[in-house]
Ligand binder design. Structure first.
Ligand code: PHE
Length: 338
């Protein structure tokens, strides 16, 4: 009958009160155990094993019932909490390709068609690679042309390292380790302490370098024209080369691209005006020699341009700082599908 009471319980609370009524301080079985003390020895000898056996049976029955009730409770909850697959799913935000990455890819594609490979270099540079090897010896005034971030000097370091101010050090690194002929581009991040609507302290450049025999300014002009036409996807692109100065090229030229005005916006193509898009020139013989090559045997041209600038021109963006704000509305507006 005791066991029936246990089996009849319908939930964990009922079971607990049955347990207390049997095994608790004033429970029925507890009382039987206590009564053993007042029995005469013969009765006790015969009763004790029965009472102990009963207690064991009850304890087992309680444990079994408890497990069964817990299991039933779990089943009930699982049935109640079933996932409703017919509910509409919350809208997941989908990532897009950042305009800078997109434009880097477009540039790499255009140059790949011209037989250029892609080279890379570190963003933390020694002054040798960022300046000296590029024909900007110490206290050369050209070092002041670029607002440089200097790193804290490390122990035993002769000159502090810098955040590279341009992608031109990749020219040196590649010429040092790869025998010419060379045809490469080097896209990447560069740093200058400068910030306004058209300058951010970190921005992106793409460097171009060709080293071969009998390379002339004509090759440079053709390459730039071909690249700009392919990148801006217009055949009517005109370029203009203006004499300029870079320590690592001689002669040097700044390159302007013709634009026209469409609904108040400057659009590349046509010839209503000119705007500057890149720096270029014939690699200085001293730079070639600094890389261990014979400048009488090898010549070449180089150019460098701002990727962010090219993106702004191609896609009509007006504030460079927006590129790096991470504003999701801007990213959505200009975001490119993966
Ligand atoms: N490194 C130059 C700059 O950042 C650009 C450049 C590259 C000019 C290669 C000439 C040749 O302004």
């Amino acid at each position: 009958a005791l066991l029936d009471r246990i089996a009849a319980t319908q939930n964990l609370q009922d079971l607990e009160s049955v347990r207390v009524s049997l095994l608790g301080k004033s429970g029925e079985i507890t009382a039987k155990l206590k009564s053993l003390g007042s029995m005469d020895p013969d009765t006790r000898a015969s009763e004790a094993p029965k009472i102990h056996a009963l207690r064991e049976q009850v304890t087992d029955a309680l444990t079994t019932r408890k497990a069964a009730l817990e299991n039933a409770e779990l089943e009930r909850r699982l049935a109640g909490e079933r996932v409703d697959l017919s509910l509409p799913a919350p809208q997941a935000l989908q990532g897009t390709v950042h305009p800078v990455s997109q434009v880097m890819d477009e540039l790499a594609e255009v140059f790949a068609d011209l037989g250029f490979s892609v080279a890379e270099g570190p963003e933390i540079e020694t002054q040798w690679y960022n300046f000296t090897a590029l024909n900007m010896p110490e206290d050369h005034p050209a070092r002041a042309m670029q607002d440089t971030f200097y790193l804290e000097p490390r122990d035993g370091e002769a000159e502090p390292r810098v955040l590279r101010t341009h992608t031109s050090p990749v020219q040196i690194r590649t010429m040092e380790k790869t025998p010419p002929p060379l045809r490469l581009i080097a896209p990447g991040r560069v740093y200058r302490s400068d910030s306004d609507a058209t300058h951010t302290p970190m921005f992106h450049q793409i460097e171009g370098l060709v080293i071969d025999k009998n390379i002339t300014l004509g090759h440079l002009k053709w390459t730039l024209e071909t690249f700009l036409r392919a990148f801006f996807e217009r055949d009517d692109i005109a370029i203009r080369m203006r004499p300029s100065y870079f320590p690592f090229t001689e002669p040097s030229a700044e390159v302007d691209v013709g634009y026209s005005v469409d609904k108040g916006r400057r659009v590349v193509g046509g010839q209503e005006g000119w705007m500057e898009v890149l720096g270029s020139g014939m690699v200085h013989p001293r730079v070639i020699a600094n890389c261990g090559l014979d400048p009488d045997e090898w010549q070449g041209f180089a150019f460098g341009t701002g990727v962010d600038r090219l993106a702004m021109l191609k896609y009509g963006m007006d504030d460079l700082r927006a590129f790096f704000d991470g504003d999701i509305r801007w990213l959505k507006h200009y975001g490119f599908r993966a």
